[in-house]
Ligand binder design. Sequence first.
Ligand code: SAM
Length: 264
Amino acid sequence: MKIAAKKSLGQNFLINQGIIDKIIKAGEIYPEDIIIEVGPGTGNLTRTLIETGARVIAIEKDHRLIEDLEAEFSAVQIEIVEADVLELKTETLIENWELRNGNYKIIANLPYYITSHFIRTVFEEWPQPLHMVLMVQKEVAKRILAKPPEMNLLALSVQYYAQPEIITQVSRGSFRPIPTVDSAVIRLTPRTEYSLPVEKEALFFSILKSAFGGKRKQLINTLPPIIGKNKQGTAELLAQIGLTPQTRPETVDLAHWLILVNSL
Ligand code: SAM
């Protein structure tokens, strides 16, 4: 590459073709698909992506890379878009690219500094993709797939919206420049079976934030202000769903949080 990689944009380019092939396979891509690729960079993943025959929309923030991408991919069914993916308006996705719930897929070797923000933006603001296959830091993959007693806010937020799976672990040597951490490819498949009505959904996230945010994390200390009950009322509610006042949020699974919210 002629241009120096920018650390601030998470530019660690994937040079392991075996991993690229696994990402494409996990994407289950057909010629009639619409694929959003975030951060095509120097085109390493894009090159294999276009072999599927799908329509690719590749969104790259770094102006320095755009000209080469356009030159290399001008003859194929791909749109190179110079933009910050976090700043795309939902109307642009719908009007320019005809994205709808369930008519497209996301494939990305994500710049790590945007991982959580990007996932949240897609779930909260974008039409829902059929699935997203994402390269993320290994530690983040582990946090997303956590189970009790190691639950965390990220796991509950992602698991509420989607079914997460690990596709493969990826060692740091698969990238240039070599990053300081290992990675993993995950697939997130959106689901609606846990969907709460809008006001309950807002309450669900507020409850989780208080439960995981406080220093004294026993539920009897963190829940009362947010659910509008005193300690006795809170203890009774917890007992009804089989939890004790001393329960800590890391030990509670998604199903129990949903029962708690639905019983308010
Ligand atoms: N897909 C290439 C690969 O696998 O080798 C590059 C992946 S590199 C980890 C991340 C890419 O995302 C970089 O090209 C970087 O410039 C781009 N990028 C960083 N922040 C972005 C943002 N907010 N919106 C769109 N692209 C971004």
